[in-house]
Design a protein around this ligand. Structure first.
Ligand code: ATP
Length: 450
């Protein structure tokens, strides 16, 4: 009887890759390939991006969650197969600490709460180990166990369509013999796909440089990824984009990319590596640092704490806009908190910003001469003005105040696509209606025959 009964399993894993190769999403496709015929997937694999400020991430702090139904009598075997796959796949490196967690039935509330904190805080390995031992049907780790954090977060962050915004990404993978070589893509087909399917797809092309963004640069197995609103449109997109090398496989992931999910749970607390969301009144004029970065200061309205704000050079138009802020302007700042001992204040590295209030600023100048219309000069402190041209003098004249035309308005500022972090919601998504359900298409994954 137990052999036949089906059980829901939630499987989370993370930290299997290093900059030398591999990718946790690719491991997900290997796992899917191995178990697909024996289980039922009840959701797309979820690619969950966690706190982008943790210092030990390889790239985008992504973890994977799988939700399946499996025969009760097979779950021990399945778990041990997945464990073996992780062991044989992961890239040994001092910074690679794989973790696997498996939950039966309902995801406990404590893991859901854990996943929200994983978006915005730094969570300790000991806490993850404790939760894994207490609430998981099975867990496993290599190294220091840090991967358990992402694994638990990927299970807990269920991206419930009634509560959370979500997007999809289709990832295509290369044949192993092509790893490390230049990715060969028919570039014009990416532009065709983007103009045909936009705004259903986003961040394929940088809006300021026209650069194609879908291919990663490193030696990892990903060929390209296309992000979008619906899975069927991503399949369509994949068939439009032509590659000059044969593909190994593709897989569609449901994800929190492009949703601002981390900002939705963040607040104004200042702690190293935390995600920040709070109102700031600017106190100093911006200044440029070597390398073109912009730095300015402000006070957090809710706490009166003084902080530095940084906008980095690659954010181009965003950084130029930030450079136009002046004292007493108010912004809703979104970013990551960093502490550096050489600076007095904590720094908020801006990822996005809403300009709430633009303050009035004036320049003062001497009045014109009423006799000859030339500009007068000051006659000394509280002595009015005199005209050097015709000798006219008037001790009662005041300086003229002219309001400065500000090159910034109350507006939402987001860096261009190539400088955006994975979780940031791009302008293009603001016009898209939020999905309330998951359309589970049939061909969401495929391994091509050799
Ligand atoms: P990729 O995006 O290429 O898969 P990555 O950027 O996800 O790589 P990892 O190698 O997975 O980087 O490393 C991130 C590590 O940080 C993982 O061990 C993960 O468990 C851990 N982690 C994730 N979120 C948090 C958090 N909020 N606090 C502490 N550790 C975290």
């Amino acid at each position: 009887m137990t052999q036949k009964r089906e059980i829901v399993l939630h499987i989370g894993f993370d930290d299997t890759d290093s900059l030398k190769g591999s990718c946790t999403t690719h491991l997900a496709t290997k796992i899917i390939e191995q178990i697909f015929n024996r289980v039922t997937f009840i959701d797309y694999p979820r690619l969950i991006r966690n706190n982008p400020n943790v210092p030990w991430k390889t790239r985008g702090n992504g973890a994977i969650g799988l939700s399946i139904k499996a025969k009760e009598g097979e779950i021990i075997e399945l778990t041990s197969e997945i464990k073996s796959l992780i062991e044989s796949y992961y890239q040994p490196d001092e910074n690679t600490n794989p973790g696997l967690v498996v939950i039966k039935d309902e995801v406990p509330e404590i893991i859901k709460q854990f996943s929200k904190r994983a978006l915005i805080e730094v969570i300790s390995i000991s806490e993850a180990k404790e939760i894994a031992s207490k609430y998981c049907f099975s867990h496993f780790f290599i190294g220091n166990g840090r991967g358990l954090i992402g694994g638990l977060a990927a299970i807990g962050n269920t991206l419930d369509p009634l509560k959370e915004d979500f997007t999809y990404e289709i990832l295509t993978y290369r044949l192993p013999e092509n790893y490390g070589t230049k990715r060969r893509l028919e570039e014009e087909t990416v532009y065709v796909m983007d103009s045909k399917l936009s705004p259903e797809v986003f961040n394929n092309i940088d809006e300021e440089t026209n650069k194609i963004l879908i291919c990663p640069a490193g030696p990892d197995p990903v060929f390209y990824g296309i992000r979008g609103e619906e899975a069927d449109k991503l399949l369509e997109a994949m068939y439009i984009v032509k590659s000059k090398e044969p593909l190994d496989s593709f897989c569609i992931f449901r994800t929190n990319q492009g949703t601002d999910q981390h900002f939705n749970y963040a607040d104004h607390q200042i702690e190293d590596f935390r995600v920040f969301n709070g109102i700031i009144r600017i106190t100093n004029k911006p200044r440029a640092l070597i390398g073109g970065h912009i730095i300015l200061q402000g006070k957090i309205e809710q706490s009166e704490k003084l902080v530095d704000l940084a906008a980095f050079e690659p954010s181009k138009s965003f950084k130029r806009k930030i450079n136009n802020l002046l004292p007493n302007d108010r912004i809703l700042a979104y970013g990551g908190v960093k502490y550096k001992k050489e600076f007095k204040n904590y720094t908020i590295q801006l990822e996005k910003c809403e300009v709430l209030t633009i303050s009035n600023h004036y320049v003062e100048s001497s009045p014109y001469c009423p006799k000859c219309s030339k500009r007068m000069t000051s006659a000394g402190r509280n002595k009015g003005h005199k005209c050097k041209n015709c000798g006219f003098k008037d001790s009662n004249t005041q300086k003229i105040k002219t309001k400065i035309d500000r090159e910034i308005q109350t507006e939402l500022l987001i860096p261009p696509a190539q400088a955006q972090r994975h979780l940031v919601k791009p302008h293009r998504r603001y016009s898209v209606k939020r999905k309330k359900s998951i359309e589970f298409i049939e061909n969401w994954w495929k391994k091509y025959p050799k």
